[in-house]
Design a protein. Sequence first.
Length: 307
Amino acid sequence: MSCPENFICIEASYSELQQTLFLSLGIAAAIELFLYGIFVVLFGLSIHIFRQKFMPGKLYVIATVLFFVLATISVILDLSLRFLRPTWMDNLNVFFMGSFAQLESDDIQTFGAQSALLYIFLTAGCLSDVVLIYRCYCLWSSRKSVIAVPATGMIIVLVLYIVLSILNNFGILYTDPNDIYIKATLVQNILLTGMISGRVWWLNYRTKKLLPVKHSGRKASNLFELILESAILVPVVIAINLIINALIPDLSDVILGPCALTQIVGIASTLIIVRIGLGTDFMVPQSHNIGSDMEDIEVGGSGSLRL
């Protein structure tokens, strides 16, 4: 293909270029901005709740702020990368005739931005695991033995990712650490979701037997559904991402790239924190005991369960 000097030429039909632009710029940017818009509203709501209604533990407050900061940086970085240094051109045959100094510099900066997006997602994922593990710890009456497996699993996955990344960089092992991390995170989140939802179901069941207050069973049931939906959001999205990646690899990063996954992880965790802040969540304090199976449920004057 003949390409004028100092020009970038694309060997693709107009329809192929149009489709690539639509998917990589239009659809991807729309998904990310839509998710970020939801997160902005949710973050504002959480701050209002913390100030006006109920302030949860420091971990929850710090995590909420960190999730929002990570999401904001991720959106800015990803949109800048898509529009200023378009990596979508990798899917097309691109030719450049002239000095490669600037092009190589752009490639280095692009690689750095892509790596930063990935590390932001990894940080958000680890933070989400910490929030869920702490939630399990509280719901299970502060039993350290209960969280031993998920806490150890989180550390092992993180160490494994670092080791595989180092081996990849030195060319010793050619295994994609990102793929392994995503699959391990899926297993980790399924485990944590099961522990949380199972415990809440059991507490609801015991509450309805011990505290037959009017409508309390219905409220507890609705609460369980909301908690289950928010906690299971991350593993469901990760599973969808793995399926898309297996069937249509080129579409995976467009629909659910690191930036979108960062938003979803933050939204799912913040939903749980907002429920806690509203005072409509289950919590198991350590000041009272009711029987051997039903520990530490504080009941408000209206008969509703709250933190």
